[in-house]
Design a protein around this ligand. Structure first.
Ligand code: PEP
Ligand code: MN
Length: 337
């Protein structure tokens, strides 16, 4: 249920409605809009007594939210949400590119890649210190040492960092270093991790699960917002299909579908989405064209020796070419880079 306040409703009236919601044991979420404030009600098991709220001072109307997800839906908030990661605004006019290695391997490797992607035009640095690997025998990441390396790369380049938290126990640590916390595809429905990240003070990049429907994807985002974290960036990273020429099938059609249903910004990850270096640039062009708010790209200075995801990692030269191409496409779409 959504309580829509009249234009010009006072802060006191808004507080009054929020108190009335909470007095009934529900949770109130104030959603300031360009024209007027709306207040989302969650936590109600059955129907909310509409007339009670409709009669409160400053209330314009009380409308039911038809989707199972509430706070992420455009019904509740028609305007696009802009998420700030460090000093970078995501979801506005600028098309934002995050780039960096799949995994942080060493200070030297991370600095080489960070300098190169910054020079080419990346606005955020990505890199995993805790890696979700299919095999327990594969490189699992450097842990806190990896986070310290990322912080050093941020210090030098000024690029805010996006890095993954693998589990609830790891969030405290990741939150201390990261500018945005990544929740990986395999964790999209790790509900305790979602709840914990919902309480985090840093924005979250939520990747779509490998077999997740759009509804499931948005419901996972809802967990984050329901706990009070409104800084959520969705990320399409490919889903599992019968494709025998790519690691995953990048579902670009989900971008306009998300945009229709939700106000949250959407990134596309063509690196995991295709798993093949030669397909990353064409799919990046496609992602920009369908309206992605940003791209997240794996780059390694020597992909053949990468400790994870070498086959899908671009060289710095390939990455620079990718950015140059997106820079040409962006103005056609009314965006800047
Ligand atoms: C990654 O970004 O390196 C990663 C592991 O992504 P995903 O969770 O999408 O597989
Ligand atoms: Mn990877």
């Amino acid at each position: 249920m959504l309580v829509v306040m009249r234009q010009g409703a006072s802060a006191e009236q808004i507080q009054g409605v929020m108190r009335a919601i909470e007095a009934r044991g529900f949770k109130a979420h104030a959603i300031p809009g360009e024209q007027r404030t709306a207040i989302g009600i969650t936590g109600n098991r059955g129907a909310v007594d509409r007339p009670v709220f409709e009669s409160l001072p400053g209330v314009l109307e009380v409308i039911p939210v038809t989707h199972a997800y509430k706070l992420v839906s455009r019904e509740v908030k028609p305007e696009d949400t802009i998420v700030r990661v460090g000093d970078v605004a995501i979801g506005g006019r600028e098309l934002v590119i995050a780039a960096g290695p799949c995994a942080v391997e060493s200070l030297e490797q991370t600095l080489i890649v960070a300098r190169a992607v910054k020079k080419a035009g990346a606005r955020l640095l990505r890199g995993g210190a805790f890696k979700p690997r299919t095999s327990p025998y594969s490189f699992q990441g450097l842990g806190e040492e990896g986070l310290r390396i990322l912080a050093a790369a941020r210090e030098e380049t000024g690029l805010p960092i996006v890095t993954e938290a693998l589990d609830v126990e790891g969030v405290d640590l990741v939150e201390r270093y990261a500018d945005a916390i990544q929740i990986g595809a395999r964790n999209m429905q790790n509900f305790s991790l979602l709840r914990r990240c919902g309480k985090a003070r840093k924005p979250v990049l939520l990747k779509r699960g490998i077999a997740a429907t759009l509804e499931e994807f948005l419901m996972s985002a809802e967990y984050l917002l329901a706990e009070g974290n409104y800084g959520v960036i969705l990320c399409e990273r490919g889903v599992r299909t019968f494709s025998d020429y790519s690691r995953n099938t990048l579902d670009l059609a989900v971008v306009p579908a998300v945009k229709q249903l939700s106000h949250l910004p959407v990134f596309v990850d063509p690196s995991h989405g295709t798993g093949r270096r030669d397909k990353v640039t064409p799919l990046s062009r496609g992602a920009a064209a369908v309206g992605a708010d940003g791209l997240i790209i794996e780059v390694h200075h020597d992909p053949d020796t990468a400790l994870s995801d070498g086959p899908q990692s671009l060289t710095p030269e390939m990455f620079a070419s990718l950015v140059a191409q997106i820079r040409q496409i962006a103005p056609v779409l009314g965006r800047s880079l």
